[in-house]
Design a protein around this ligand. Structure first.
Ligand code: IDP
Ligand code: MG
Length: 170
């Protein structure tokens, strides 16, 4: 009986720990970099309590972008999207935390900034859908795919932020 209780408590604890380790791929797009919004965007994820796992400043190739946006191949905006996204450097990042995929999307705002609520990144800093300054994974599966495309597993840094006990209950 006691062993069962201990085991189920341990299982609950492990599930909570795993949930806290959800990851998303966030990217400051070329317009966000050109408009000096890199610090502002990082600040929001950092201040929220999410944990930075990886970050790099890169000029992405068209080949990488076509893989990244493969779900949009054939859409009328696809060529323009690849041209825009390869027009300058981007900041690619991996952030970790409880529900980070969904919360990251809330923090970004809707795809079209015209509909993004004030207080969101797109709502506060941009106007048109074709210049919407930030990318964020739309599901845990997309996040895994995108993290694998942009980062080598050796670039994902394992570390323990000193703040964790003040951000999570468990
Ligand atoms: P998301 O970035 O919010 O996930 P998606 O629908 O996945 O939005 O579209 C990917 C990106 O393609 C958008 O962020 C935006 O940069 C671009 N895009 C989407 N729809 C349009 C459009 O109608 N015109 C121009 N660009 C678009
Ligand atoms: Mg998308």
């Amino acid at each position: 009986m006691v062993i069962c209780t201990v085991l189920s408590l341990f299982s609950l604890f492990s599930k909570a720990m795993a949930a806290n380790k959800e990851r998303t791929f966030i990217m400051v797009k070329p317009d966000g970099v050109q408009r000096n919004l890199v610090g502002e965007i990082i600040k929001r994820f950092e201040a929220k309590g999410f944990k930075l796992v990886a970050m790099k400043f890169v000029l992405p190739t068209e080949d990488l972008l076509k893989k990244h946006y493969a779900e949009h191949i054939g859409r009328p905006f696809f060529a323009g999207l690849v041209k825009y996204m390869s027009s300058g450097p981007v900041v690619a990042m991996v952030w970790e935390g409880l529900n980070v995929v969904k919360t990251g999307r809330f923090m970004m705002g809707t795809t079209n900034p015209a509909d993004s609520a004030p207080g969101t990144i797109r709502g506060d800093f941009c106007i048109q859908v074709g210049r919407n300054i930030i990318h964020g994974s739309d599901s845990v599966e997309s996040a895994q795919k995108e993290i694998g495309l942009w980062f080598d597993s050796k670039e994902l840094v394992a570390w323990q932020p000193a703040t964790q006990a003040w951000i999570y209950e468990d």
